[in-house]
Write a protein that binds this ligand. Structure first.
Ligand code: MG
Length: 347
């Protein structure tokens, strides 16, 4: 046996990271560690292990039936929260690899970034924020999912760097380059990859659905970013890589950032708040609101329906965790079971 065969595969990968990644990369051997110390895997680095824990979680599988923009879409080609997450991960990995940063860390953060999203997209978030004690934000909830809710209240015990990246991925409707940044460049990449993914796929879905036509999109944006979907992603990804090579943070050039921000504003006005999209969202909001009030009045029913009800939590927290974790279709099914009469089965 030579000395390599005596070493764990993880240690060889860690050595490879030290030899090949940029001095700015977050190396897995330098992780600040997990919330609860544990023996590391022989095969995988801590960030690879985190990625796999997220991928195998139940919350991750539920993303498949959560709305991105178009509600429980009948069409097979609309994005869901799951395909959005996969697109973010792919874009983030491309950027990380090009900058010689830690691709595994970036991927883990990207796969976990939206685990806390409610059913019915942002309308679900608004309803829970209004009803729950202490408000609601999907970013906080994503961290809560990985820290405590997954594995029946044990959490996934992720590394500090993945948790930090999840907590700092969101920019909401605020400035793309502002707010509190992730501590690692890998986490900062996910913040940009998130907006690159969603402005592009939401535009693509909106065009295909007929909510808008290409002629509605400001011509200067198509000229500057590209006429086609793949061109636009390419422009943004290349711009992030080039600008970040010249900077000590992850960033975009002023010109492209301005166009991306303008495209996002245009999507808000013409797609996210379009009348045709809004009507069903109002109905979806009412479904969640009535479910919330039902369980607030009948907290003993929470466990009957499989809610986790963590020890020491308030009723509002229990309801919030339960509702936020639901898929669109489960929320609608539960609403039907609780509020609508069932047809008489006997003949
Ligand atoms: Mg996202």
């Amino acid at each position: 046996m030579n000395h390599i065969e005596n070493r764990k595969i993880r240690e060889i990968i860690e050595q490879h990271e030290r030899a090949t990644l940029s001095a700015r990369a977050c190396l897995s051997c330098n992780s600040k560690g997990r919330q609860r110390p544990e023996d590391e895997c022989d095969l995988r680095t801590c960030f690879q292990h985190d990625r796999d824990r997220i991928l195998h979680s139940k919350s991750f599988r539920r993303l498949k039936h959560k709305t991105q923009v178009f509600l429980s879409p009948e069409g097979d080609h609309y994005r869901t929260r799951l395909t959005h997450t996969l697109e973010v991960a792919q874009i983030a990995r491309t950027i990380a690899r090009a900058l010689f940063l830690n691709e595994d860390l970036t991927e883990a953060i990207a796969l976990g970034h939206d685990l806390g999203h409610t059913p019915f997209g942002h309308v679900g978030e608004r309803v829970l924020n209004r009803l729950c004690d202490g408000g609601f934000h999907h970013v906080r909830q994503s961290l809560r999912v990985v820290d405590v809710l997954e594995k029946d209240g044990c959490g996934l015990n992720l590394t500090a760097e993945v948790r930090d990246g999840i907590l700092h991925h969101s920019k909401g409707n605020g400035p793309v380059d502002g707010g509190h940044k992730a501590a690692t460049l890998e986490g900062q990449i996910v913040r940009y990859a998130d907006i690159v993914a969603y402005v592009n796929h939401d535009l693509d879905d909106a065009l295909r659905s007929g909510v808008v036509t290409a002629a509605d999109v400001p011509a200067c944006l198509l000229r500057g970013l590209g006429e086609r979907h793949s061109r636009r992603i390419n422009t943004m990804v290349n711009d992030i890589i080039a600008a970040s090579q010249r900077s000590d943070t992850i960033c975009m050039s002023v010109a492209v950032l301005q166009m991306v921000t303008q495209l996002r504003q245009w999507l808000f006005a013409n797609v996210y708040r379009a009348a045709g999209v809004q009507t069903d969202f109002d109905k979806a909001g009412r479904v969640l609101e009535e479910l919330y009030r039902y369980f607030a009045d009948n907290p003993e029913k929470l466990r009957d329906y499989g809610a986790l009800c963590l020890p020491g939590g308030s009723t509002s927290e229990w309801i919030c965790d339960f509702l936020a974790g639901m898929t669109d279709r489960y929320a609608i099914k539960l609403y039907r079971d609780i509020f609508l009469p069932r047809p008489w089965a006997a003949v």
